[in-house]
Design a protein around this ligand. Structure first.
Ligand code: NAP
Length: 385
């Protein structure tokens, strides 16, 4: 999915994660529209953002949503990305008598689930008209694993959103609309203050960065930080279960052995792109060997490999995985890293044992000028260099 030249609606963009997404996407050449309920908060946010418009609108209010749709169709007809970020959570103990768990859960289900279904339904006619479009539903780590003591019913609303997002992704196949799900762990925002977000949460900027990188790579279920850990340890086959349920799983081998390796590779490349060296090297066996045949170098052991990569003088400004191909214990990734504006076309061949990489061979190719002599037999591929 392209991450520039989009027109992006972010619900709940006046604070927290939504605000950081608005900042990042607007700074990366996108037109952004944010919504929120509180006009003063919106004005404060918009003053700190460029290339962004604000529309006061409550996702739970049907009339507001109709007005929003009319305004978007009129003023932003190129809208091609919808980020369903606005959310609510009730921190309470559901064993306390008369705590009104029904009312609290109803509010969570309305904001975090039903309002998203309504907005998606009303915006799909516009989104499907665009050459390339996306819906990003922001769920949470609790969609996988409930946090019973403080958020007893919030998790159910996010689990509902997770299930619906899986259905939507499959239903949108064959249309221009790609369906992403962003699953943050605890994030340091106002929202999480009551459950220790300030002390233990990751910065909201990291969530925005990881979303942008995952969209570039078409990673549709985005596990950030601790979510990736929980997923890898307990849910690695869940995407395959959805495919199997819908008759889309190519073969039985994939359902057992290959799904965790693919998930580990996706996490590895996402961490490489984000510069998270610990997460990036989690995929390697302690005694892994890495070879660079072009320079004749061999790196022995995960520790050396991580140290070497951590000392690279440049930070990549671009990172795009073209494809991951593999079977059983042999996997190949073709990708491009951009250092100082210059792409390096890279191939990584990984051999696995017991789910960890024991041997990697990497080739790095520089771009070259297309020779004039073969021009008549050649087409130019747009957007490669
Ligand atoms: N923070 C975390 O630890 C965490 C972890 C996992 C997932 N998430 C999810 O991430 C999303 C964003 O959370 P956050 O931490 O960034 O929250 P936040 O800091 O409280 O910001 C929420 C934003 O949504 C807006 N909003 C709330 N209710 C709305 C409604 N009914 N209609 C329109 N806008 C509304 C708020 O503005 P107004 O109040 O002015 O409307 C604000 O702009 C939520 O879906 C949340 O469930 C958060």
């Amino acid at each position: 999915m392209k991450t520039t030249n989009n027109t992006i609606l972010i619900t709940g963009g006046s604070a927290g994660i939504g605000f950081e997404m608005a900042r990042l996407f607007s700074e990366n050449g996108n037109q952004v529209i944010i919504t929120g309920r509180n006009p003063e908060r919106m004005a404060g946010a918009i003053a700190r953002l460029k290339n962004t418009s604000a529309i006061v609108s409550d996702v739970n209010d049907a009339e507001d949503v109709e007005k929003l749709i009319a305004r978007l169709n009129k003023d932003f007809p190129t809208l091609n990305v919808l980020i369903n970020n606005a959310g609510t959570a009730n921190y309470y103990d559901m064993t306390v008598p008369d705590i009104n768990a029904f009312g609290k859960a109803s509010e969570e289900i309305l904001t975090n689930y039903l309002s998203i279904i309504r907005l998606n339904e009303r915006l799909l006619p516009l989104l499907t008209q665009q050459p390339e479009a996306a819906i990003v539903n922001v769920s949470s780590i609790v969609a996988f694993a409930a946090r019973a003591n403080s958020l007893p019913t919030y998790g159910a609303s996010k689990a509902a959103l997770h299930s619906y997002t899986n259905s939507l992704r499959i239903m949108m196949e064959g249309t221009p609309v790609k369906v992403f799900e962003l699953m943050p762990p605890l994030v340091d925002t106002e929202f999480s203050a009551a459950i220790g977000g300030a002390a233990n949460g990751i910065p909201p900027q990291q969530v925005a960065d990881d979303l942008l990188t995952a969209m570039q790579q078409d990673i549709f279920e985005i596990h950030i930080g601790r979510t990736a850990e929980i997923f890898k340890n307990f849910f690695p086959l869940s995407p395959q279960a959805v495919l199997a349920m819908n008759g889309k799983l190519p073969g039985p081998a994939q359902s057992t052995n290959e799904a965790p390796i693919r998930a580990a590779l996706e996490a590895h490349w996402l961490a490489s792109a984000a510069g998270d060296a610990n997460a990036e090297h989690d995929i390697y066996d302690d005694d892994a060997i890495c070879d660079y045949p072009q320079s004749g170098e061999r790196i022995l052991g995960r520790r050396n490999l991580q140290a070497l990569r951590s000392h690279h003088p440049g930070k990549p400004s671009g990172f795009k995985v073209r494809r991951i191909l593999g079977k059983e214990d042999l996997w190949i990734t073709e990708y491009t890293i951009t250092y100082q504006g210059r792409p390096a076309f890279t191939v990584s061949i990984m051999e696995f044992r017991n789910g960890k990489v024991v041997h990697e061979t990497q080739y790095f190719a520089d771009p070259f000028e297309a020779p004039a002599w073969r021009k008549e037999w050649v087409q130019v591929m747009a957007g490669v260099i």
